[in-house]
Write a protein that binds this ligand. Structure first.
Ligand code: MN
Ligand code: MN
Length: 297
C-alpha cells in the first residue's frame, strides 16, 4: 500500500469517527430520517470527506439499504442502524452502529450482541485467523447472547472507489480456511432475534451506476452525466439527485432505472420480521501483519 493511500484511509476513518459522534448527539426518537440523512451528509462534506454511499438508516427488521426519499416522512424509532461510508480520494471508511430508540431500551442486549461479536472478531485478527474462524467467533458471540447472526450478510474487502471488492468475511462458521491477505476490509456482524436470514424487499432509494446507455430525456441525460462525473462506481441516493435537479429528477431516475442504466438496491429485510442490530469497523492489514482499525476512536 502506498503511503498516500494509507493516509487517505486514515483520514476517511478519522472523519467517520467524528461523524459517528455527531450522529449520536444528533439523533433523537421521532426525528425525521430525512433530517438525519441531510445533516450527516453535510457533516461529512464539512469535515473534508465525501459520502462513499448514502448513509443507511434502517429500522427494526430492515437490516440495511434504506435511505429516506426527498419527501420521506419516516421517523427514527425502534432499533436504528446507522451505516456510514466516507471516502477520501476513493479510499473508504465503512462503519456502522445501532441505536435503541425505544423508551424501555428493549434492544439493549441485541445491540450488545453485534457489538461484542465485532470486538471479538477484531481481537482475533492479530492471530491470522481463517475466514471461517472469524465467522465462528462472530456466530458464537451472538449465539452466546441468545440471538442469531444473519448468515446471508457479510463483511467484505474494500478498494479504491469499491465498497465491495470481492472477498467476503462471513458472519458464521463457513469452512473457508483462507486467511486475509494484505488489504482493507470491513467486518460487520448483524444480530437478530429472528431467523438469521434476510430477503430482498422493495427499493430502498439507494442506486448505483450499472450499464450506461444513451438516455432519451434531457433530465435523464443530465443526471447520468452527474453520476458519471461525481459518483462513478459509488452508490448514490434519489434524495441527493432530487435535491440537485428538482422534482423532474424522479422521471429521469425512473427512466435510468427502467433502461438498466442504474440499479436500485432492494431493502434487506429479516425473514421473520424481527429486529436486527449491526456493528461495523474498517481495518487495514499491512504487509507486516499489523492491524489498523481506521474507524475506531
Ligand atoms: Mn457499512
Ligand atoms: Mn460494509
Amino acid at each position: 500500500m502506498q503511503k498516500q493511500e494509507l493516509e487517505d484511509y486514515k483520514k476517511a476513518g478519522e472523519i467517520s469517527i467524528k461523524v459517528k459522534e455527531f450522529a449520536r448527539e444528533l439523533i433523537k426518537p421521532d426525528m425525521l430520517l430525512l433530517e438525519i440523512a441531510q445533516k450527516i451528509e453535510a457533516k461529512i462534506y464539512e469535515l473534508g470527506g465525501k459520502p462513499a454511499f448514502p448513509v443507511n438508516l434502517s429500522i427494526d427488521d430492515i437490516a440495511a439499504h434504506y435511505h429516506p426519499k426527498a419527501d420521506d416522512e419516516t421517523k427514527a424509532t425502534g432499533l436504528l442502524k446507522i451505516d456510514l461510508g466516507i471516502h477520501v480520494n476513493g479510499f473508504i471508511a465503512d462503519t456502522a452502529f445501532s441505536l435503541d430508540l425505544t423508551k424501555d431500551n428493549q434492544h439493549k442486549e441485541l445491540i450488545q450482541a453485534s457489538q461484542e461479536a465485532l470486538n471479538n472478531a477484531l481481537a482475533l485478527l492479530p492471530k491470522n485467523p481463517s475466514l471461517s474462524e472469524i465467522g465462528k467467533t462472530i456466530q458464537e458471540s451472538i449465539e452466546a447472547k441468545g440471538f442469531s447472526p444473519i448468515i446471508n450478510l457479510s463483511g467484505h474487502s474494500l478498494d479504491q472507489n469499491e465498497v465491495h471488492a470481492g472477498i467476503t468475511i462471513p458472519n458464521y462458521e463457513n469452512n473457508n480456511e483462507n486467511e486475509l491477505e494484505e488489504g482493507t476490509y470491513a467486518i460487520e456482524p448483524f444480530a437478530t432475534s429472528g431467523e438469521g436470514r434476510i430477503y430482498e424487499g422493495e427499493g430502498g432509494n439507494i442506486f448505483v451506476l450499472q450499464n450506461p446507455k444513451n438516455p432519451r430525456s434531457p433530465i435523464a441525460r443530465e443526471i447520468l452525466e452527474y453520476i458519471m462525473d461525481e459518483k462513478e462506481t459509488l452508490p448514490f441516493s434519489s434524495r441527493e439527485i432530487e435535491e440537485k435537479f428538482g422534482k423532474m429528477a424522479r422521471l429521469g431516475l425512473r427512466e435510468l432505472e427502467q433502461s438498466g442504466t442504474i440499479h436500485h438496491f432492494p431493502k434487506l429485510i429479516e425473514k421473520a420480521h424481527k429486529p436486527v442490530s449491526q456493528a461495523e469497523h474498517t481495518f487495514i492489514k499491512t504487509p507486516n501483519n499489523e492491524i489498523i482499525i481506521t474507524t475506531k476512536g
